[in-house]
Design a protein around this ligand. Structure first.
Ligand code: SF4
Ligand code: SF4
Length: 308
């Protein structure tokens, strides 16, 4: 152990460890809706199911869905959009987003800020369409589909399935082009988003399933823990400073090659953020405390309980 002066982040890290030791994992059914808005058609679609839809500049409702849209940004959306705009995620968050709570998971997320021009137009909406089209958010790619990710008690893996969102103003449903869900997902490039965001989706699912019990192990995450979740899953710059500039790496067992990777790779850092949050929120063994730190935590817990 070094004699580095303690920082507020170190105190936060200690709180995280204590929090983690209190929470237990569960085998409850888990389900969360992603990229969904209403009205949703009450039909469960799989990758092979077909639907008619096409969106192009010739539709009478062109750009209508880019006004007043409710768009939760996934961690990968923030990385992709920041890169597209040539700015870092910290600046992107300040300029283009607003914080909000995910309604099912009760965890903080970033939403795309809509304009205050009276129409609530998205900052990236132009008469020709989306100015960040190649890097548009997952929700915009998915539309008019909604995704539900689900894990039942007896299931090994998770199941993703889909719903069609039919809003009155959207004329795309009247177009003759037919495709199945799998083809649409490939065309829209959503697979990469789902792959990178999987850990984040898993966390939202678990939190949603615990909500009825008040939170993991019956206890709601503290405001401090929610703040850390928001930082780790939206702002890779702040999370990198946190990991490299506090006692994080003295506390957790992170392989030297992984430490080198997270110094430069935002993607690798995101995966570390998901692993850390799964450990802190649900006590999953996705990242391990170093032996010495673990022994100290056990000794402290025994002292706190009055054990000899
Ligand atoms: S990011 Fe692009 S597609 Fe999404 S709401 Fe804004 S303008 Fe529309
Ligand atoms: S409302 Fe539907 S058809 Fe019209 S621009 Fe949006 S997605 Fe395309």
């Amino acid at each position: 152990m070094t004699n580095n002066p303690r920082t507020s982040e170190d105190d936060e890290l200690d709180e995280m460890d204590i929090e983690a030791s209190r929470l237990a994992a569960s085998s409850r059914d888990e389900q969360v809706e992603m990229y969904a808005s209403f009205p949703v058609q009450p039909v469960k679609l799989t990758a092979d199911d077909s639907f008619s839809f096409s969106c192009h500049k010739g539709v009478s409702c062109w750009n209508r869905c880019c006004q007043g849209a409710d768009i939760t940004l996934t961690p990968n959306c923030i990385l992709r959009l920041s890169k597209h705009l040539g700015i870092r995620p910290t600046e992107f968050l300040l300029t283009y987003t607003l914080p909000d709570l995910h309604p099912k998971a009760d965890l903080p997320v970033a939403k795309l800020k809509m304009g205050d021009d009276g129409r609530g137009a998205c900052a990236f909406s132009t008469p020709d369409g989306c100015s960040v089209y190649e890097s548009r958010p997952a929700t915009c790619r998915y539309y008019p589909l909604g995704m539900v990710s689900m894990k039942m008690k007896d299931m090994e893996g998770k199941e993703d399935f889909f719903f069609l969102v039919k809003e009155d103003h959207c004329q795309g449903h009247c177009e003759s082009k037919t495709q199945n869900v799998g083809q649409f997902r490939t065309e829209q490039g959503v697979e990469e988003f789902d792959r990178v965001n999987r850990g984040w989706i898993d966390i939202l699912m678990k939190m949603a399933s615990w909500k009825v019990m008040g939170g993991p192990g019956g206890k709601a995450p503290t405001a401090q823990l929610k703040k850390m979740f928001f930082m780790a899953t939206t702002d890779v710059d702040s999370f990198r400073r946190f990991v490299l500039g506090t006692k994080f790496l003295e506390s957790y067992d992170v392989a030297p090659e992984a430490v080198e990777l997270i110094k430069t790779s935002d993607d690798a850092l995101l995966q570390l953020a998901f692993d850390w949050m799964k450990n802190v929120l649900f006590n999953e063994p996705t990242i391990l405390l170093k032996e010495q730190v673990l022994q100290q935590a056990i000794a402290k817990a025994r002292t706190d309980l009055g054990a000899s």
